[in-house]
Ligand binder design. Sequence first.
Ligand code: URA
Length: 253
Amino acid sequence: MPEPKDLIEKAERYLKQQQEMYGKFSVSLSNTDEKNDTVEQSDDIKRPGSPQSKAKRELTQDEKIAACQTLDELKSLCKNADELKTDLQGTNLVFGVGDPKADLIVIGEAPGYNEDQQGEPFVGEAGQLLDKIMNAINFSRDEIYITNILKHRPPNNRDPKQEERQRSLPYLLRQIELIDPKLILCVGRISATTLLGEDTSLSKLRGEFHSFHGRELMATYHPAALLRNPKWKRHAWEDVQKLRKRYNELGGK
Ligand code: URA
């Protein structure tokens, strides 16, 4: 259990960062269940001519993302976020599944047909292989957290477009912050290159720990790629064993 002093310091650091990014603001928390989607502007950014009035404005989408304090709040925001959709109409949100306080997050690419139907990531054939890989290093599905770069299925299972990935990223980054894992495992090139911001091959990125927003990130093959190319399984096995060892070293639960 963190000390109250540490929590306060963490909250202060966070608010300072937000003020650096968005300018001065004060957040008024409503005492009803309704979420407050406005902020009072501080004096230096109030509209001229109304010095006394407390100008209120709508929160920007980035501010709404930052204001989410739980995965449930973030999921509700995602449900209404048109920018997370692809050009395939009528898809379901596939937000993520697992322990909301997991020390390991596995991040894939985008939901496919089965995932869209069930609203859960990695439930098809590739998902079954992912479960086996995780079981082999002693993780059950509910001990980790599993999500994707995209939260909606692209048409014909095509690769997520660059602009779709960029639109999803702020939501995924907040999801990672809220879960606060010790380790991130990217499965597949799309996931690894989107998060690391490097346009390179998976073989160049896999098997090593990369620094990502103060956390450690490992990339390995996507289970669908392993189904197509079983000869890569040996490399994937080496990668996940390294991951498990690091998880233990970092005191993962
Ligand atoms: N492939 C992915 O990358 N994610 C899923 O959820 C399913 C298949």
